[in-house]
Design a protein around this ligand. Structure first.
Ligand code: HEC
Length: 150
């Protein structure tokens, strides 16, 4: 019962936020629900989500497909960057090589998405996506939500 009461109050008070989900030791557990809410506030300026939003970036479901492709072919992307823009590669080496070092495809996609949110230019100096100020928890929520769009 009290939960319903709290929910109704939250509907009226915009600033009323539920606490983030608990973290496992050493690992931030993202919430699909929080990620979706956040994306609808912060990413819609450029990406369409559920048919609403900007057109600067690809529709979010398409953006996720692009991310899946990039993380699957990341060896080639990194090699290409290293060959064609060695200075850019060198600047972002630590982040790039952390993604390369992950053999598990799911974990690699998680890492790639997280790196893309921290620094959209890390593997693509031409990216027009801006850096958004996000906490570690917010990034984990967004990554979980993005993975759920597949
Ligand atoms: C200022 C506009 C802008 C904002 C804000 C923005 N994006 Fe993007 N995003 C882009 C553009 C443009 C691309 C297309 C590729 C590129 O230029 O990086 C993109 C690409 C992506 C991709 C696909 C990766 C790729 O390499 O193509 C993902 C995933 C993504 N954005 C997620 C997000 C999420 C999640 C948010 C909110 C936290 C967000 N974006 C906010 C502009 C934006």
């Amino acid at each position: 019962m009290w939960k319903h009461a709290v929910a109704s109050v939250c509907l009226l008070v915009a600033a009323c936020e539920e606490p983030p989900p608990p973290r496992a030791p050493g690992e931030i557990v993202g919430s699909v629900e929080f990620g979706g809410k956040l994306a609808r506030q912060r990413c819609v300026i450029c990406h369409k989500i559920d048919d609403r939003g900007g057109i600067v970036g690809p529709v979010m479901t398409e953006a996720v497909k692009l991310a899946v492709d990039r993380s699957r072919t990341f060896e080639a992307i990194a090699a290409d960057l290293k060959a064609k823009r060695p200075a850019d590669y060198e600047k972002k080496r630590v982040r790039i090589e952390a993604v390369l070092a992950e053999p598990d495809p799911e974990r690699r996609l998680t890492l790639w998405l997280d790196a893309h949110l921290v620094d959209p230019q890390f593997d693509n100096p031409m990216s027009r996506m801006t850096v958004l100020p996000l906490t570690d928890q917010e990034r984990a929520d967004l990554v979980r939500w993005l993975m759920s769009l597949r």
